[in-house]
Write a protein that binds this ligand. Structure first.
Ligand code: SF4
Length: 176
C-alpha cells in the first residue's frame, strides 16, 4: 500500500513539473520544441557566442529552438510592449542571428521570432532580409573607415561607467 502511495505521489509531482514547464514556456513566448541554445547564466557557462569571420559578425541570440525537421529558430526577447510592426533595428538584429545560425550550424532558419512582452512576430528569413543585413554591415564598415575618422559623432551620454566598459575607449577622444 505504501508503495502505491509513493507511486501516486511521484506521478502527481511529475504532472506538476510538466504543467509548470508548460506555463513557463507559455509566459516566455517560446515556440514548441527543445531549447538548443540559451543566452542565460543557467545554460552552458558561458553560452558560446556565434561568430562569422566573413562579415566580422558576432552575437548571442536569446534562444535557439529546435523546431520540426531539426530546424533552428532564433528567438529574440524584448522587454517592451510590441509596436505595430517590429522596429527595423530589431528586424536586422534577428536577421543577424539567422545569418549566424546558418554560418555556425549549416542550417538556414526559415524564420525567427521577435517576442515582445505582449506578443510575438514571426519574421521570415528571406533572401531580401539577408541582403539588407549584408548591405547594412557593408555600409557600417565603409563608414568606420571614412566618415567616423573625418566626422566622428558626439558622445550621447555622461556615464563614465559606459566608457569604462566600451571597446572603443582606447581610441575614443570623447571617453569619460
Ligand atoms: S569611450 Fe567613446 S565611444 Fe565608448 S562609450 Fe565612451 S564616448 Fe562612447
Amino acid at each position: 500500500m505504501k508503495a502505491l502511495h509513493w507511486a501516486i505521489l511521484l506521478a502527481l509531482l511529475a504532472l506538476a513539473v510538466w504543467l509548470l514547464s508548460l506555463l513557463l514556456r507559455k509566459r516566455s513566448g517560446l515556440p514548441q520544441g527543445a531549447v538548443f541554445y540559451a543566452d542565460s547564466q543557467y545554460w552552458q557557462k558561458p553560452p558560446k557566442a556565434l561568430y562569422d569571420a566573413s562579415l566580422g559578425l558576432v552575437g548571442k541570440p536569446d534562444y535557439l529552438i529546435r523546431g520540426e525537421n531539426g530546424a533552428l529558430i532564433p528567438v529574440e526577447l524584448k522587454s517592451s510592449n510590441a509596436p505595430k510592426q517590429p522596429w527595423d533595428s530589431h528586424l536586422i538584429q534577428l536577421a543577424a542571428y539567422c545569418y549566424l545560425v546558418e554560418q555556425n550550424y549549416g542550417l538556414r532558419p526559415q524564420y525567427g521570432l521577435i517576442q515582445y512582452r505582449d506578443r510575438s512576430f514571426k519574421i521570415p528569413y528571406t533572401q531580401a532580409l539577408e541582403s539588407q543585413l549584408i548591405d547594412l554591415i557593408g555600409e557600417m564598415r565603409q563608414c568606420e573607415q571614412n566618415c567616423l575618422a573625418s566626422n566622428p559623432p558626439n558622445r550621447s551620454h555622461n556615464s563614465p561607467a559606459r566608457c569604462r566598459g566600451c571597446g572603443f575607449s582606447g581610441i575614443c577622444d570623447q571617453r569619460l
